[in-house]
Design a protein around this ligand. Structure first.
Ligand code: PPS
Length: 293
């Protein structure tokens, strides 16, 4: 089937979205969570897939090896609000899952999360990444994925990114909204991509503490190997081979996987402008992002 044309952004209840994430809204809004569902929430391009695979390996590395050899990660950890013509809807994929816990991916800003997840007190893992690397990753992704409007040139893209003219709205509103939610919702574990990059073992231990899971040394070792960038890049079940609306020949999904790749794209002026732009909003929320390790 031919890919549908690139979508437009439109104002959806005060946030810019595309129809590929809102067309199934009534069903998403009325979704019925189970108390042991686990949600992985992020602003796009912040390490979602990495966290999804980490969770998948923590829960199913030993007990469901057959899933590993047959189903790609995007079917094992469905994308709740995804609704793309010719592809199964995320919500329906979740309903078809027979495993426990169900792992659910979303990019929704916190105010759009279906009530059911709060009512069921579900565990939620939020991954945040610094805005410069997110912008670069998003720029390349928007070239290869027709799920987003055409990115145009880098400078224009960066300006629109800083203005919040992206699907799911402004980066800073997303990371701050979820950060504020964490202050009142204890079942939310907030992780930084940069911390995962710096020390995956330490972050996995903290994550397992939050989840109430204990791993043997052998299990942990095998998970650490599986979720390494190079291994996920070579793994057709995690590298989005046959991912919806993607052309991996334009740019691989598993592109660089680094902290600081922004230095290869930003001019000095763009970098200063970006730092200034986000400083106020982020600092006043008590958040801090590292842009290099
Ligand atoms: S999406 O489309 O929003 O779900 O994308 P998302 O998975 O959030 O982000 C994609 C970026 O994450 C990088 N990535 C990783 N980095 C380090 N280690 C591992 N294992 C890993 N897996 C994915 C991926 O390469 C994208 O970042 P860039 O900077 O483009 O390489």
């Amino acid at each position: 089937m031919e890919a549908p044309p690139r979508p437009q952004l439109f104002d959806f209840q005060g946030v810019l979205m595309t129809k590929f994430n809102t067309d199934n809204w009534e069903n998403v809004k009325n979704f019925k969570a189970k108390p042991d569902d686990i949600v992985i929430a992020t602003y796009p391009k912040s390490g979602t897939t990495w966290a999804c695979y980490l969770l998948d390996r923590i829960y199913f590395g030993k007990t469901h090896p057959e899933k590993e050899t047959s189903l790609p990660l995007f079917l094992r950890v469905p994308y709740l609000e995804q609704s793309v013509p010719g592809h199964p809807k995320g919500k329906d994929l979740i309903d078809q899952l027979t495993i426990t816990p169900r792992l659910i991916k979303t990019h929704l800003p916190v105010q759009f999360v279906p009530e059911t997840f709060w009512e069921q007190n579900c565990k939620i893992i939020y991954v945040a990444r610094n805005p410069k690397d997110v912008a670069v990753s998003h720029f390349h992704f928007s070239h290869m994925s027709s799920a987003h409007p055409d990115p145009g040139d880098w400078n224009g893209f960066l300006q629109r990114f800083m203005q919040g003219k992206m699907a799911y709205g402004a980066w800073h509103e997303h990371v701050v909204g979820w950060w504020e939610k964490k202050q009142t919702y204890p079942n939310l574990h907030y992780i930084f991509y940069e911390d995962l990059s710096e020390n995956l073992g330490r972050e996995t231990d903290e994550l397992c503490g939050f989840l109430g899971v204990s791993l043997s040394a052998e299990q942990k070792e095998s998970i650490m190997t599986a979720v390494k960038f190079d291994n996920m890049k070579d793994n057709n079940l995690t590298n989005f081979t046959n991912g919806p609306l993607m052309n991996l020949k334009v740019s691989p999904f598993m592109r660089k996987g680094k902290v600081g790749d922004w230095k290869n794209h930003f001019t000095v002026a763009q970098s200063q402008h970006c730092d200034e732009h986000y400083k106020q909003q982020i600092q006043s929320a008590g958040l801090h992002f590292r842009t290099e390790l």
